[in-house]
Write a protein that binds this ligand. Structure first.
Ligand code: SF4
Length: 367
């Protein structure tokens, strides 16, 4: 029996969001289940601190490349504490930048899925965290190849499940698929969720961490109806293309509306600080205001960026501190984020024409 120490570095996630479904170290939870099946004991550390007993193996996870500093800190902390214990780093940053991750001092770097086809199939050890939802992968990889996305590099093989019914344990199911509805069996999976009943007759509801592929929705609007029947929450569509694509995005929103989703349920992901200019992004934002759908802004950082010191509340910063795309300025990055936030507030409060009124949130939202 080995003692396995699993480490989630001290990522800059607020304490109250550690267990948010966007940040759960699901890979580590699967590795924990896998090692338990071998008879090993497992300890999960969320941050850096001494283990109960000297571990035989240490496995450190990683997330975005620009959070590499925290990974290095964990590697160095545990290497100093347990110099003879074999250590490996895995996860997203390790898969995208293995050489850089190796330079942290780790003995080994694991790229891609951990023990593909083995640990991957284990039910995550949820007892190590305190969550009221479960995470499911209905597919791996993505058949598209967007230039700003690392999915197709980390998970180059696209695989689809036909069913997830036997995996359902909790009332809330969160899909971690990169392109959920590209799965040719998605309607069957959604029907399983729609029909599933727990012994007390309660039902399942679900959501997806990533956006829905709007082009797939247009091809098969029946998927939107299945999503609604499966009690899918907060559908999000990505609008990464130019403003000229607005008729397509409008049509994708309409497919969701026709299936019964309300406009205030729907979100649009928007990548900014990238190839489209500030002015064009503002035009896209304005279209979302007219359609009364909220926006989730995603600030672009290159896939090989190993640091990001952007401070949302700073008055100004320069490109030494965080990545500013050519054609953008620090002022525009801040102005765009502010405009998104204000527009979302105006839509939540149902202000006339979705137009923000200065200070309105202080009047309506208790702080
Ligand atoms: S569709 Fe989404 S997951 Fe697929 S490559 Fe593009 S951004 Fe990545």
């Amino acid at each position: 029996m080995k003692r396995i120490l699993l480490v989630e570095p001290n990522f800059p996630i607020p304490a109250k969001s550690k267990n948010h479904c966007n940040f759960l170290p699901i890979g580590l939870l699967k590795i924990a289940a896998y090692h338990r099946s071998l008879g090993d004991s497992v300890e999960l550390h969320r941050g850096n601190f001494q283990a109960n007993k000297r571990p035989d193996e240490i496995k450190v996870t990683s997330l975005f490349t620009y959070w590499s500093k925290q990974v290095w800190e964990s590697v160095q902390y545990y290497k100093e504490l347990y110099p003879s214990t074999r250590m490996e780093v895995g996860g997203i940053y390790a898969s995208l930048m293995p050489e850089h991750a190796k330079a942290s001092g780790s003995d080994d770097v694991k790229t891609g899925l951990y023990k593909k086809g083995i640990a991957e199939d284990f039910e995550p050890a949820y007892d190590l965290v305190d969550v009221d939802y479960q995470i499911v992968h209905g597919s791996r990889g993505c058949f598209r190849k967007c230039n700003f996305c690392g999915t197709w590099k980390i998970e180059p093989d696209v695989t689809y499940k036909k069913s997830i019914k036997d995996e359902i344990r909790k009332r809330k199911v969160v899909f971690y698929d990169n392109n959920l509805i590209a799965n040719p069996h998605i309607k069957d999976i959604l029907s399983e969720l729609a029909e599933y009943k727990f012994p007390d007759q309660s039902r399942v509801y679900c959501e997806s961490q990533s956006g829905l592929d709007g082009r797939v929705l247009i091809k098969d609007p029946g998927i939107a109806i299945c999503l609604k029947k499966a009690r899918f929450q907060h559908p999000r569509i990505a609008w990464d293309g130019p403003y000229a694509h607005w008729p397509k995005i409008k049509a994708q929103i309409q497919v969701l509306r026709d299936a019964g989703f309300r406009a205030d349920d729907i979100f649009i992901f928007m990548l900014f600080n990238h190839e489209l200019s500030y002015e064009e992004m503002r035009a896209k934002l304005d279209a979302c205001r007219r359609w009364k759908v909220r926006v989730i802004d995603c600030r672009f950082r290159p896939l090989n960026s190993t640091a990001d010191n952007y401070k949302p509340n700073a008055k100004s910063q320069d490109e030494e501190e965080y990545y500013i795309h050519k054609g953008w300025t620090d002022r525009q990055v801040r102005a765009f984020r502010r405009a998104v936030r204000r527009q979302n507030i105006a839509l939540i409060l149902d202000l006339p024409n979705g137009r923000y009124i200065k200070g309105v949130e202080r009047r309506y939202i208790p702080t």
